[in-house]
Design a binder for this molecule. Structure first.
Ligand SMILES: Nc1nc2c(ncn2[C@@H]2O[C@H](COP(=O)(O)OP(=O)(O)OP(=O)(O)O)[C@@H](O)[C@H]2O)c(=O)[nH]1
Ligand SMILES: [Mg+2]
Length: 234
């Protein structure tokens, strides 16, 4: 197949994804559910952060998760330990989630949760810093995670995903000292790609820094609920 043909196919896939994502976004807005998409390299700590976050929020909000991995149900099992429902998508050959995965997962998860009854839908994407950057999932917030173990130049090496994300969470701060993590260098790398991007530093193992992140998320969920109230009253 010649390159122009390949480019054409890729453009069509992205267009189809974006159209479905816009439909999902409209549906989430009508349902008043705040949707957050979490992206990072494999092993950065998405599941650990989300398990902690969901456990903290379930008394206050109706929360559920859709989690993507190439294989296994492991992360859904771990996320359910928070007390909230979690639906696993196994993508098999695919290195990212697309909007059709979310659409199908919402239907398939109906026995576990109904999206229209949620305040917060969490999407844990497949661990990948490249493919995940191209696909809109209809989310309100995209969160990119980077850990103290990965190297302070990751934002410079993978700028697209950092630029496309709304906020950044630096994970595994409990082991930062042993790794001689250069806090200033990581902040400078993030700022070089996306100046002024809000950054949270946390340890999901010890709970260090989690209050500020959870408070930020609660404010965003509450903002969306406030926006939706007049429309729902119509
Ligand atoms: N020390 C420390 N380890 C952590 C922390 N968060 C996660 N880990 C560990 O890092 C490893 C990977 O964590 P996961 O939560 O599975 O990472 P993930 O990003 O969900 O990984 P994938 O879903 O495979 O992409 C596990 O061994 C976790 O226990 C943390 O805050 N501190
Ligand atoms: Mg995970």
């Amino acid at each position: 197949m010649n390159p122009p043909k390949l480019i054409e196919i890729r453009k069509n896939i992205l267009k189809k994804n974006d159209e479905l994502a816009q439909g999902l976004r409209a549906r989430f807005a009508a349902d008043g559910v705040f949707v957050a998409n979490f992206v990072s390299s494999p092993g950065t700590g998405k599941t650990e952060l989300l398990k902690y976050t969901m456990a903290r929020l379930i008394d206050r909000f109706a929360v559920a998760a859709i989690v993507g991995d190439v294989e296994t149900e492991n992360d859904a099992v771990r996320l359910r330990k928070s007390g909230a429902p979690a639906y696993q998508v196994e993508t098999h050959s695919m290195c990212h989630l697309e909007s059709f995965h979310i659409d199908k997962a919402i239907a398939a998860a109906a026995s576990q949760f109904r999206v229209e009854e949620l305040d917060l839908l969490i999407i844990e994407n497949v661990g990948n810093l490249v493919c995940t950057s191209a696909f809109d999932l209809g989310e309100d917030l995209q969160v990119v995670l980077v850990s103290t173990t990965e190297g302070e130049d990751k934002p410079l090496k993978y700028p697209k995903i950092f630029d496309r994300s709304d906020i950044c969470i630096i994970t595994k701060m409990d082991i930062a000292e042993a790794l001689e993590f250069d806090h200033a260098q990581m902040r400078a790398s993030i700022d070089a790609v996306k100046p002024g991007m809000p950054v949270f530093e946390v340890s999901a193992k010890t709970g260090w820094g989690m209050e500020a992140w959870i408070q930020y998320l609660v404010e965003r969920i509450d903002e969306k609920k406030a926006e939706d109230t007049p429309a729902r009253a119509d």
